[in-house]
Every structure is written in C-alpha cells, then in structure tokens.
Design a protein. Structure first.
Length: 164
C-alpha cells in the first residue's frame, strides 16, 4: 500500500485535511504574525510575497495539510509530510506552524500524534528537521518523544521517533 501523503485526520481538538489552493487567504491570516517565524531560518515568512512562495511549495509538495480547530472551524496552521523513503522506511514531518492562540496547549501535540499514527502505518521512523535556533520546535518535538539523532550538513538538527 503506498503512503498517503494527504490523509484526512480528525482528533478531538483539530482536523487535518489536504491543503487546497483556496486555503491561501485563511492560512496567510494565521502566518502573517511575525512572532510565529521569529526562530525560523525564514524570519520574513510573515510577508505576503514570501508566504506565497511557501504556500506554492506546500501545494507542489503533495504532502501539505491544513489544520482546522474542531471547535469553531477556524484555520489555525499547517504541516507537511515530506521525503518518503520506502527503503529506509522513513518520512519527515515538518513545515509546521500554528496560530499563537494555539501555542502551549494540546493542539501541536494532537497534530503530531495524528500525523505519527498515520505515518507509522507505512514507515518505521519519522524525522523532524529543525533549525538550531528554533528552540520552540525543538522542545515541542522532544515533548512528543522525539530524540535528537544528529544534524545535517546545513547545521539543522534531525530529531527522530521510531515506531514502538
């Protein structure tokens, strides 16, 4: 069975569905907050023209998901599956961002748990590639059980969770 990079996933707090072209304005309304990007390598992603390129890449990736708050139907962020490697039995989860109104709560945990449950139907390992200055994301993946497994030549850290 091939890896479904754009599933429909539903939890108690949020639902994830494939990103669509008509999601741009609602997702940009979330992404236009400069504080979301302050620890990312692309600190100016809150600017519309920069975010347009990010959104286009997300659409072209074939693995982008939009996150919707189940309580009110509001778009609150997005994430992606990327780099499926059948031989390594591995996939990356990344490019995740959430509205600040949903930071520090259970939404990021639920989003990652839904994506991990889906991924582990197809692979034995999930990785997260995180910039060395992105302390929020590093702590967030550690909270869900990821361990630092090394770094890339571009100095980004690689965290990993294996199917258990």
């Amino acid at each position: 069975m091939p890896f479904d990079l754009q599933p429909f996933l539903k939890g108690q707090l949020l639902e994830l569905r494939p990103l669509r072209p008509d999601d741009f304005h609602q997702l940009y309304a979330v992404a236009s907050d400069p504080l979301i990007w302050e620890q990312h390598p692309s600190k100016d992603r809150y600017k519309e023209d920069i975010f347009q390129a990010f959104f286009r890449e997300a659409m072209e990736s074939g693995g982008a998901l939009i996150a919707i708050d189940s309580r009110n139907g509001q778009v609150i962020g997005s994430s992606r599956f990327h780099g499926y490697d059948q031989h390594k039995s591995e996939i990356e989860i990344g490019w995740t961002f959430l509205a600040r109104s949903h930071w520090g709560g259970a939404c990021n945990r639920e989003m990652k748990q839904l994506m991990l449950q889906h991924a582990f139907q197809f692979v034995a390992s999930v990785i997260f590639v995180i910039g060395p200055q992105n302390f929020r994301s590093q702590k967030a993946v550690e909270k869900i059980g990821a361990v630092r497994a090394g770094s890339r030549p571009d100095a980004n850290f690689v965290y990993q969770i294996t199917r258990g």
